[in-house]
Design a protein around this ligand. Structure first.
Ligand code: GTR
Length: 329
């Protein structure tokens, strides 16, 4: 643990001590440091590496991306702070840890706001997605693209969850977001906000009774070893986003900014290809390893979680986004 912290500090100090200078950029290679909580091989990590290859090729080697996977630069909330300050240049995070900073990111995470993944992809690819990304731009970030995160479902240690009544009194780990605390409260569970990296041991030791996530995360974190009941609630499709630090982005010469933006967009189809394959592979792997998978009464969950809409889609802008998502084909 100590060396991890020391290594992380060394990385951060390295970056502070040697900021690159945009004016001289054409004479030197600029390497953007990108954070991800997921391990090497996870679709988000591979998508950012793919983007990095495009960037390097299209800039003739002037711009490169180095991905620090597996939380090497810290947990999402802390890396987001460092991204705002330009200490980390790029960051692939879920919308969850951005919820308290960027109100627009609340909307796609609202329970059952999308009908299915195809609906989510169409909405996020269109004008609504662009408006949400513009929200991030006002808070020290430049939103580059969205990535898929599938649907999040509950998984629990002791028994399966079929109705909201089964959630009553359970301690459920959530992302560090007020929206997520309220979603659990709405179904009578006790929300325990924890960084992603602490969830395995919290499940193992019984600090929490369960958590919620998509198939690839349930699998890659090995949470399936300590929480064997996976209940397909699919209650939220909170997407992933790749952001740049506005400070880092503004220091880039214009042509490299354009290359970066385009390469991020071009990495989305590759991410989706990897995502679909990984979702199927993870589902098969955890089932083979003994996870008990069950269906839930989704309508009952949607009804129980509905009150969070009025609490979080608070102003006209957010309410407007919700109704446009609902109305969109
Ligand atoms: C995953 C997401 C991560 C992280 C994690 C969590 O689905 O890809 O970025 O937010 O969930 O629950 O903390």
């Amino acid at each position: 643990m100590t060396h991890l912290v020391t290594a992380r500090r060394a990385l951060l100090l390295g970056s502070l001590a040697a900021p690159w200078i945009a004016g001289r950029a054409s004479a030197q290679t600029i390497t953007l440091r990108s954070a991800d909580t997921h391990p090497d091989g996870y679709p988000t990590v591979e998508a950012v590496k793919f983007m990095g290859r495009l960037v390097e090729e299209r800039s003739g080697g002037r711009l490169k991306v180095q991905v620090f996977h597996s939380r090497q630069l810290g947990e999402e909330r802390e890396t987001l702070e460092q991204t705002r300050f330009g200490v980390i240049d790029l960051n692939r995070v879920n919308f969850g840890p951005l919820n308290n900073l960027v109100p627009e990111t609340l909307v796609p995470g609202l329970p059952f706001v999308f009908r299915d993944e195809a609906h989510m992809r169409r909405v996020m690819d269109g004008a609504i997605g662009d408006e949400i990304i513009a929200g991030a731009d006002r808070h020290g970030f430049v939103g580059l693209c969205y990535y898929d995160s599938g649907a999040r479902s509950f998984y629990t240690r002791a028994r399966a969850v079929r109705t909201p009544d089964d959630m009553r009194g359970l301690k459920i780990r959530v992302q560090q977001s007020d929206l997520w605390v309220a979603i659990m409260r709405a179904v009578g569970a006790n929300a325990t906000p924890l960084p992603f990296g602490e969830v395995y041991s919290a499940l193992q030791t019984g600090v929490v009774d369960g958590a919620e996530n998509n198939w690839p995360s349930y699998h890659s974190t090995r949470h399936f070893e300590v929480a064997k009941h996976y209940s397909i609630s699919e209650h939220s499709m909170s997407p992933e986003i790749l952001v740049a630090s506005k400070r880092s982005f503004d220091r880039l010469p214009r042509d490299l900014q354009a290359i970066l933006r385009q390469a991020a967009k071009d990495s989305v189809p590759e991410m989706r290809r990897l995502w679909d394959a990984q979702t199927a592979a993870s589902r098969a792997a955890v089932t083979a390893a003994g996870s008990q998978v069950n269906e839930v009464d989704k309508e009952a969950f949607a009804r129980a979680m509905a009150p969070v809409y009025s609490q979080f889609a608070r102003d006209e802008k957010l309410r407007g986004l919700v109704s446009r998502i609902r109305e969109s084909a």
